[in-house]
Every structure is written in C-alpha cells, then in structure tokens.
Design a protein around this ligand. Structure first.
Ligand code: PLP
Length: 384
C-alpha cells in the first residue's frame, strides 16, 4: 500500500547538483555559501540581518542567550507548539509561563497574555515567544504594543511561516520574521518545514546589536573583529568574550537552502491551493471543522489542521489506509517535564480541548491532486 505522509521535502536535481558543487569547494563549512544563504533569506523575508545556524532549536537557544535570559527570567509562550519554543528559555535557566490560545486561530491569545502580565507586579515577565502556528501569522503589531507597554522583548517562532504575512493597521504587508515588530525571529529547515536543509535554522532581526551578538555566540563566543579585541598578538589572534557554542550550518546545507529558496514562493502558492481544495471539500461537511483565516491573511500552511470529536478513530482509520496524518501538538505544559517543574496547575483549557480534536492532514508541495482527492474521500467515508 502506498503511504502519504503529512509532510515531505521537495528535492529536485538542481538541489542535488547545488550540494555536489558545494562539496567540491575548498571549504565545506565556514565557507562562502553561508553568507549567500543568509543574504538571500533576508531578502526573501524582508529583514535586515539573518544568521544561519545548525537547526531551529539552536536558533531559539542563541536568541534566548542574546536576549539575556537567565535564572531570574520569566517568559510567556503558547502551549500549542513544538517543545523547543519553551525549552530555549529553560536552557538559559529561565522559567516558562504557558498562556492559553485563541481557539479560532490556535495562536497565543494576546488578550490572555495581557491579563496574565497585568495581574502580576511590574517587571515579573521579561519576554514573549509567540508562534506562527501551522503558518497562521500572529498579529505581532498587537503583541509589540503590549510588549512596549511593559518593557518586554518579543521572539517570534516563525518555523511554520516563511512566506507568511499579515496586514498591519496601516494596511502594510508584514512578512513573518521581517523584524518590524519582533526583536528576533527564528526558522527551521528540518525536511518537514517549507525549506529543507536536512537540519538547519535561521535567525532574523533588524537589530544590529543583536545581530553582532548572535554571530559571536554562534561560534563559541569567539571574535576576530579588530575593533572588539582587547589586544592583538598577530594574524592568528582571537578572543573568547562569552560562553558560546558551535551552532554553525555547513556550506553544503546552505547550498541546498539557497537552491530550495528559489522555489519558496512557488511552493507557498501550491500550499495555499492545496488548503483551498481542503477548505472547499470540508466547507459543508459538518463532522469536520476547519481553521480558516481571514481573506487578507497570508497563511503559510506548514500544516492543514482539521478538528473532529472523533479524532483518535479518524487517525487510526487514515493510518489503516496509508495516510499518515499527525497531531500538532501535545500541549507542552502537559508534558511530564513541565508538569513536574510547575508548582501550580497550568490552566489552558482551550489548548487542551484543541489537542483532543486536532489532526494535520497531508500538506506538502508535491502532494498530487489524486493523492489529495484520496485523502478527502477516505476522511469523508469514515463519517458515513
Ligand atoms: C521545527 C520547529 C522547531 C525546531 O526546529 P528544529 O530545526 O527541528 O530544531 C521549533 N519550533 C517550531 C514551532 C517548530 O515547528
């Protein structure tokens, strides 16, 4: 029986040749492909600076470090995300407060975050990590306003949304990760995401100060920049100024990223067309609920999520038919690690109710019309 996964990378001959060419280069890491990838990615997203790193989790970790998260930090995020969005705060010793989602958008509820912040003494919280969940762009303008009122930073987890955008109150298109509202944003190039590098990640920002910090943290906290050195013993000389990591991307991964980026715009259009076909198929089909964004919202459709009361049975039924749907996500605050850390019960009923019903259907650019029709027929048959 054929298998249809929920997500799959799209690698073509041109991608493969780009990797082969990079492998024949003098430098297969710390070479020229990194800057090319960073510049082209920054151009695609519309931000000033981009820093390529080993994976999305490393990107989050470096951001938490650059934002000076420490043992005294309390940071707010959503429970419906991959665990890494919260873990990055823990890596730096900070604590995580989970605030419930807006049930229609499945993203962090800005008003619930406001309530949380304003029910605590000033200075309790240091930052917010909103997620463009499934590719649904968070209203960062509203989050920025709230963050500014309380002196907080904003770290956008845009792993699901390269190519996504929202329209701000001035009618201007704001691309996810463009740095106009959030201090920092991060992306992942894991094969199920829009752009595949095998493993890989990117941090984007418009802040020169954060950019300079990130470059140094990415390679061991070491710098060779003459203007930053305390002294200079000669051509070999470098100084370690902070405790960084080796979170670099290789040149052959970056070359794959550059090649993939050429199809990013086209592939987003394909994702939106797939979403539209699902929307139409389930529009008047009562047992299945869809999550439909407003018309002017540039959803990036990393995932296509449906909701049903009979989620577990439907999941098993699809699997029996070779359709590997997935669940995104198990609420992070219910994970044993976070439950054991928390002294009081975290109250996120909307996230928990969403989790009981959600199912991600196959969504990737090489999904054929015929495969999608098959998925729709199998879903509908289940409810007959
Ligand atoms: C994939 C993902 C990450 C982590 O990215 P990796 O490259 O797998 O480390 C973080 N946050 C979200 C929302 C993700 O989907």
């Amino acid at each position: 029986m054929r298998k249809i996964p929920y997500g799959r990378q799209d690698i073509n001959e041109e991608d493969i040749n780009a990797v082969i060419t990079a492998l024949k280069d003098e430098l297969i890491t710390q070479g020229p492909q990194i800057e090319i990838f960073e510049n082209k990615f920054a151009e695609y997203i519309g931000c000033k600076y981009a820093v390529a790193v080993a994976n999305g989790t490393a990107a989050l970790h470096l951001c938490a470090m650059a934002l000076d998260v420490n043992e005294d930090s309390r940071v707010i995020t959503a429970p419906i995300t991959f665990t890494a969005s919260a873990n990055c705060i823990r890596y730096c010793g900070g604590s995580v407060d989970f605030v419930d989602i807006d049930e229609d958008k499945v993203v962090l509820d800005v008003e619930a975050v406001r309530k949380k912040i304003e029910s605590h003494p000033p200075g309790t919280f240091q930052g917010i990590v909103p997620i463009d969940f499934a590719g649904y762009p968070v209203d960062l303008e509203a989050f920025r306003k709230l963050a500014d009122e309380h002196g907080l930073w904003l770290l956008e987890d845009a792993c699901h949304a390269p190519g996504g955008f929202f329209i701000d109150s001035k009618g201007v298109q704001q691309n996810c990760g463009n740095g106009n509202y959030a201090d920092l944003a991060i992306f992942s190039f894991h094969p199920v995401k829009h752009i595949a590098c095998g493993e890989g990640g990117m941090i984007t920002t418009n802040s020169k100060e954060l950019y300079d910090k990130l470059l140094i943290l990415r390679t061991h906290g070491i710098t060779r920049r003459p203007d930053l050195l305390e002294k200079n013993d000669g051509g070999w000389y470098y100084e370690m100024h902070s405790l960084g990591y080796n979170y670099r991307l290789t040149d052959f991964q970056a070359a794959l990223g550059v090649s993939q980026l050429k199809r990013a715009t086209k592939n987003i259009e394909i994702r939106r067309a797939i979403a539209k076909r699902y929307d139409i198929a389930f529009k008047d089909f009562a047992p299945v609920e869809t999550i439909t964004p407003p018309a002017d919202n540039g959803h990036a459709y990393h995932l296509y999520v449906i909701k049903t009361e009979r989620r577990k049975e439907l999941y098993d039924h699809l699997r029996a038919n070779g359709i590997y749907a997935q669940i995104h996500y198990i609420p992070v605050h219910t994970q044993p690690y976070y439950r054991n850390l928390s002294t009081e019960k975290v109250n996120c009923p909307k996230a928990e109710s969403y989790y009981d019903q959600c199912l991600s259907l196959p969504m990737f650019p090489t999904l054929t019309l015929e495969e999608q029709e098959f998925v729709i027929v199998i879903v509908k048959k289940f409810f007959e």
